[in-house]
Design a protein around this ligand. Structure first.
Ligand SMILES: [Zn+2]
Ligand SMILES: [Zn+2]
Length: 538
């Protein structure tokens, strides 16, 4: 019985943990790496077709994004996830496939213009997503699920995103059962709408995230009040409030707050000012939120729903799905609020709204989530540039740029400690992952101090024997070299050359097998090789 850490090891993204129990194999999460890649991730130790099951904690792409690739490479087992995660994952993976396909098309056109006719394949396409969705086995939260006789699990609310769960997992081998608790991503306590994280009280082993393991969140007195203030002073001066917002989760949170502030008439003198949601994915996600079973939500939201109030709907809400509708938003001069994605301004319709509003002194760009280094969002927030390039045009940065404090989907250091503090007996070992280098190490140290437990922050490739209670492999982190940071074009060139080398090695193997063959055949083959070489030698 083994656990092998593959991804989100000394990094935040690319969550993936491998399990082996009684000769069966499974994964917890199969995420994509996003943003800066610091350490090399080990490959799956078995062929995807040999995997029996995948357990998915939640729909975020850094946990689910490589599932279609897994299916493309032969996985056909069950993917166990909560019902809400299944619904969200369906739309998010389709969106991701569309982006992959557009990117491949763009690369292809670029390569063709450079005289390169080689086909560029997307990482995965919509057929691969459909194959993935066909493997989904939606489960109720809190229900005990069995996968054969040696694997049992239960999803427990993690309060991080709709449907997000921690997993209690029981593995049995040779009559011995070990329980592992996977935290998944744990939510910030003051998140509205979704149900709070529930505590797990017993486990032999724990795998805990540590995104903010070295930080405390700023506490906000009242998010609706803050937002109302921003909207009031922007609309008063005739500008628009543009909110770059992640389509799934954060957008619905903002809608909830806007309903609240409109209901309390916190913005005065602008009637039912218009609020636009301009992101097809956000629109789909919002309708999934509203179809969910009541127990996904926190108490205030449940009460609203029971009294017949739609918590994400209010007068003045405008939804745009087509790109024509999107374009019309900026033709209309009425001061308004615009919610659009991507949340870090790296792509999507938000860039159009930035183009139309960044140069206007009367407008406000309000960031409501973390902005990674190097993204347009971060550049604007740092306030270093007087102009930025959007769609080939220089756009002056005149608008007011603000950051809404206290908006994080993750628990902070104390929130994580509180979750860990609920275990009644000391676990044999607490593995710390899903955090940047500094965060995992400092949090692992802190937990060892406070809880008196053995803790370890594994690098990719760490193998631990859960029955024997010892490390089998304990590799150091392998930093990503320049090779991985090369351009897609250079990468294709290198891969083609590697293929050629492999072909050459095959040729040599065939030649070695020619020993003892008739002189005539050997002579003919030799001539063919020399002919080819004459043609290619430069
Ligand atoms: Zn997440
Ligand atoms: Zn995550």
């Amino acid at each position: 019985m083994k656990i092998i850490f593959l991804g989100a090891t000394h990094e935040v993204t690319g969550s993936c943990t491998f399990l082996e129990v009684g000769g069966r194999y499974g994964l917890v999460d199969c995420g994509m790496e996003q943003g800066k890649d610091v350490f090399v991730n080990r490959e799956l130790p078995v062929d995807p077709a040999e995997l029996d099951f995948v357990l998915l904690t939640h729909a975020h792409i850094d946990h689910s994004g490589r599932l279609p690739l897994l299916c493309k490479r032969g996985f056909h087992g069950g993917i166990y996830l909560t019902e809400a995660t299944a619904n969200l994952c369906d739309i998010m993976l389709r969106d991701s496939a569309n982006i992959q396909m557009q990117e491949a098309e763009w690369q292809q056109r670029k390569a063709q213009r450079a005289g390169d006719e080689l086909p560029v394949e997307p990482l995965f396409d919509l057929d691969d997503v459909q194959a993935t969705v066909n493997c989904f086995r939606p489960c109720r939260e809190d229900e005990l699920i069995h996968i054969g006789e040696d694997v049992a699990l239960r999803f427990v609310s993690a309060g991080h995103l709709l449907g997000a769960a921690s997993i209690e997992l029981w593995l049995t081998e040779g009559g011995v059962t070990k329980k592992i608790a996977f935290s998944g991503d744990l939510g910030n306590k003051n998140l509205p709408i979704i149900r709070r994280a529930e505590h797990i009280t017993e486990a032999d082993y724990v795998v805990v995230e540590s995104t903010y393991g070295d930080r405390l969140h700023e506490t906000t007195s009242n998010s609706a009040q803050y937002l109302a203030g921003v909207i009031q002073h922007t609309l008063d001066r005739g500008g628009n409030v543009v909110i770059p917002s992640f389509a799934v989760g954060r957008t619905q949170e903002m809608l909830y707050l806007i309903r609240e502030l409109k209901n309390a008439h916190l913005v005065k003198g602008h009637g039912d000012f218009p609020v636009y949601v301009d992101s097809p994915l956000a629109v789909e996600a919002t309708s999934i939120f509203l179809q969910c079973s009541r127990d996904c939500f926190d108490e205030p939201t449940q009460k609203l729903l029971e009294s017949g109030v739609n918590p994400l709907m209010f007068p003045g809400l405008q939804i745009s799905v087509s790109s024509d509708e999107s374009k019309r938003i900026n033709d209309d001069k009425t001061p308004k609020v615009i919610l659009s994605s991507s949340g870090m301004c790296e792509g999507g319709r938000i860039r159009h709204h930035l183009k139309h509003n960044l140069w206007r002194r009367e407008s406000t760009i309000l960031f409501v989530g973390y902005q990674a280094v190097g993204t347009l969002g971060r550049i604007l927030l740092d306030g270093e540039k007087k102009t930025v390039k959007l769609f080939g045009e220089d756009i002056a940065v005149n608008a007011e740029i603000l950051f809404m404090p206290g908006k994080s989907g993750h628990a902070d250091r104390d929130g994580l400690l509180e979750w860990l503090g609920a275990f009644r007996n000391k676990p044999e070992m607490i593995f710390v992952n899903h955090g940047e280098d500094a965060a995992v190490e400092s949090f692992a140290g802190l937990v060892a101090d406070r809880l008196g437990c053995r803790t370890f922050a594994p690098y990719s490739g760490t193998v631990y024997d859960l029955l024997a209670g010892r490390f089998v492999e304990q590799p150091a982190g392998v930093p990503v070299t320049k090779k991985a940071a090369e351009t897609p074009q250079a990468q294709r060139k290198r891969m083609l050359f590697e293929k050629l080398l492999a072909a050459g090695e095959r040729l040599l193997a065939v030649i070695r097998g020619c020993e003892g063959m008739s002189n005539k055949d050997v002579g003919k083959f030799t001539d063919q090789i020399n002919h080819l070489c004459d043609k290619w030698e430069r």
